[in-house]
Design a binder for this molecule. Structure first.
Ligand code: 2P0
Length: 346
């Protein structure tokens, strides 16, 4: 923990947080220790794709969580939060006496290639931090977001980056103040401060292999060490290019990272493929468009078949005409988002 909240006993409290999803430019794929990343990552926090969670904390006989998603009780998610809270018991012993009710909703559809775990679990970690600060009012306000990022990481790695807006890094690196335990905001060149992300949804089917399982498959992977070395190298180059405003270098790393991520999946001992034929077709079309027009349009992928197309706001007219005219027929839907300012208390 960043601060100690050990010796308290539960009081009633209610809060509400809206927290965004993020898209990684350099990927977190592979862990060490307990929820610590094998390499540093950097992501862009989105604006429109958010989770809003109203959370009520009450004193109870034993730990219990009731979670409603879009007004419908979702016990599978409730159990995940309950297990997460139980995992915090050594740091916060009184979680075992908490009764928690969560009413949550997303602005984006399930299976759209936007990780609801990052937005949902960061929203919950922020609500929990808000509660801890209420319980211990002399807590340091300057450490609020760091504390929330630390707690979000323990719920889901990528969630720790959603606690801040704009570009965000997570993981020990050459950057001052970096840590494996929590994320940090990153200042970038003004040219790259307004990027757009059009998500081309190829398939909204449930993934065959969860991200948690995907991370685990790196443990026995023949290329794991080489992948971590590549990610560290990409991270350094991406940071330099983001600070210099060099979209060409940022874009080339973006695509290389997406392809490495999926290559690791396909070459793992227990191989799996999340890409679909249209994912490959779309990548090819994006590269051909870029070669022909010299416009800065690049793709990346999350752990799924859907493409995130990244481009500067200043070039949106021609690029969005291409996306709408040429790519729409190959997709189920397209969701356009942009750089966001980070979570908000509602
Ligand atoms: C990322 N992903 O950096 C990478 C890129 C997916 C592909 O972080 O086990 O849900 O909950 O810590 O954060 C997805 O993994 O995994 C992820 P856990 P998480 O965004």
């Amino acid at each position: 923990m960043i601060q100690s909240f050990a010796h308290l006993s539960p009081l009633p409290f209610e809060t509400c947080w809206t927290s965004p999803a993020n898209i990684a430019f350099v990927k977190y794929w592979g862990k060490k220790g307990h929820q610590l990343p094998a390499n540093p990552s950097v992501s862009l926090t989105l604006k429109e794709c958010v989770t809003t969670s109203k959370v009520t904390f009450l004193a109870g006989e034993k730990l219990s969580v009731e979670l409603n998603l879009e007004g419908t009780r979702k016990d599978s998610f409730g159990i995940k939060i309950e297990n997460y809270l139980r995992s915090l018991e050594t740091m916060i012993p009184w979680v075992k006496n908490l009764k928690v009710k969560i009413d949550t909703s997303n602005t984006f559809p399930h299976g759209a290639g936007i990780a609801s775990s990052a937005s949902g679990l960061s929203a919950f970690a922020l609500a929990l931090t808000d509660y801890l600060y209420f319980m211990k009012p002399d807590s340091d306000p300057a450490l609020f977001h760091r504390q929330a990022s630390f707690l979000a990481r323990l719920a889901s790695g990528s969630a720790c980056r959603s606690v801040y807006g704009g570009f965000v890094t997570w993981g020990m690196s050459h950057l001052e103040g970096s840590s494996d335990e929590y994320a940090c905001p990153l200042e970038v060149h003004p040219e790259l401060s307004h990027l757009l992300d059009s998500v081309v949804v190829v398939s909204d089917q449930e993934k065959k292999v969860s991200s948690r399982e995907g991370h685990a498959r790196l443990n026995e992977h023949f290329f794991a060490e080489a992948r971590y070395a590549q990610a560290k190298n990409h991270f350094r180059k991406a940071i330099d290019a983001l600070k210099a405003g060099d979209m060409e270098v940022v874009g080339s790393i973006l695509e290389a990272e997406a392809l490495s991520l999926h290559a690791m999946m396909m070459t793992s001992p227990d191989s799996f493929t999340l890409l679909k034929p249209n994912s490959l077709l779309l990548m090819d079309m994006v590269r051909t468009f870029r070669e022909e027009t010299k416009l800065p349009l690049y793709f990346t992928l999350d752990a799924g078949p859907n493409l995130h197309l990244i481009y500067p706001y200043s070039h949106r007219n021609k690029i969005e005409t291409f996306i709408n005219n040429e790519l729409t027929p190959l997709s189920q839907r397209i969701i356009t988002d942009s750089r966001g300012e980070g979570p908000q208390k509602c």
